[in-house]
Design a binder for this molecule. Structure first.
Ligand SMILES: C=C(O[C@@H]1C=C(C(=O)O)C=C[C@H]1O)C(=O)O
Length: 383
């Protein structure tokens, strides 16, 4: 066969693969409704394990190795479960799935832009993108009704919690309605004729600078320029047309600005992942069939053991904590507001009781939201 002929066949095969994946998605969505009717959880890891084991076996007969099958399968299952969750949540909360206005940091190509795309592609026909210059403006645009949702980064595996976002949550009436994680693969990006040894200036967002601090320390005589967002860093490099000026950001984002990758994997941690939250004016309910997280803030007071007592309430009700963070309270020096993420649905009996008890022993407590957990653990196959 000629090269062109073979390639035509490969393209045809890829299209068939896509069509089959689309069909699989539709079947999974039908399964989701059947499960709701039978009061069963969306995720069924036993079924996933059985499927994976049989696919690995079948793969052997086709000369496809187990690792390849497993990697593909993880991607397919994650998509399948997230599609089902999004559909069930949309139905339960009567969410408008047509046009959605989303506020996020930066413009096209920023990490928050990709996170917003990733989250809403399962939930809306059309996105109206409202890029903002600061976290404050993002929250404000939802508060004032200019946007329906905001997507905000809240923590990162390299730089930790994003304090500015935590502080904004303390003072807003918006609710957390969703979460997602997104891998953040930092690259050094520049104009086509950039010579790495001649770089004078690196443009990046402060969070990105913190996540790549070790790489940046290794660059001698290079000025670090703080930018409002990663997309802001890209547009500066593009506008300046100076090959000694580069940006740090994601490859796909840089591509939108015609920038080339000069070096990859700049983050301090190899697994550099950010967790984003989605906030809206109205809280959502999470279906019982879906694992939920609840986030609340509390001020316990300064008496000895106050935090321990509060956490004991969670223990007594069998509620696991996903994260505990503390932030200063404005105007009360050395007093702390605690932010607690728990693996629980706000409507669970245990959670309701725990909150009632916490209400009695804390000075202030406020639920920031209950939302579907998007952390889809890969299917485990016991060898
Ligand atoms: C589609 C289903 O729901 C989930 C997704 C699965 C899949 O995509 O194969 C398998 C099990 C469940 O975790 C199902 O239960 O069959």
């Amino acid at each position: 066969m000629q090269l062109d002929q073979i390639r035509t066949e490969i393209s045809d095969t890829d299209q068939q693969l896509l069509a089959l994946l689309a069909k699989r998605r539709q079947l999974a969505l039908a399964v989701a409704n059947a499960k709701l009717a039978q009061n069963k959880p969306i995720r069924d890891q036993k079924r996933e394990q059985e499927l994976l084991i049989s696919l690995i076996e079948h793969g052997k007969t086709l000369n496809i190795d187990a690792q390849y099958v497993t990697r593909l399968y993880h991607v397919i299952i994650e998509d399948s479960v997230l599609q089902q969750q999004a559909k069930i949540q949309g139905q339960l909360n009567n969410l408008d799935r047509d046009i959605v206005r989303v506020a996020f940091l930066g413009g096209q190509g920023s990490y928050s832009y990709w996170a917003a795309q990733k989250y809403f592609t399962r939930r809306a026909e059309q996105l109206i993108e409202l890029g903002c210059d600061s976290f404050h403006d993002i929250v404000h645009s939802v508060e004032t009704g200019h946007a329906d949702y905001a997507v905000l980064p809240i923590e990162n595996t390299s730089s930790g919690s994003i304090n500015e976002v935590y502080d904004l949550l303390q003072h807003t009436r918006l609710s957390i309605v969703g979460e997602l994680t997104h891998p953040i693969a930092h690259c050094l990006l520049g104009l086509e004729d950039t010579d790495l040894s001649k770089i004078r200036q690196v443009c990046a967002h402060p969070q990105v600078i913190a996540q790549c601090s070790q790489f940046l320390q290794g660059l001698a005589n290079v000025k670090v320029e703080y930018c409002d967002s990663t997309s802001d860093a890209f547009s500066r490099v593009k506008q300046l047309q100076d090959p000694s000026v580069v940006a740090i950001g994601g490859e796909a984002g840089g591509d939108l600005y015609g920038l080339q990758v000069l070096t990859r994997e700049l983050a301090n941690q190899k697994d550099n992942v950010s967790r984003f939250i989605v906030v809206a004016r109205k809280p959502v309910q999470v279906a019982k069939a879906i694992p939920a997280k609840t986030t609340f803030i509390m001020y316990t007071g300064q008496q000895p053991g106050a935090l321990v007592d509060a956490l004991l309430v969670l223990k007594q009700h069998g509620i696991s904590m996903a994260k505990l963070e503390s932030r200063p309270i404005n105007g009360n020096p050395w007093e702390e507001m605690f932010y607690v993420d728990v693996f629980a649905n706000l409507n669970d009996y245990a959670m309701t009781r725990a909150l009632e008890e916490l209400n009695k022993i804390t000075r202030f407590i406020k639920v920031l939201g209950c939302y579907a957990s998007e952390d889809i653990e890969p299917t485990q196959v016991i060898a």
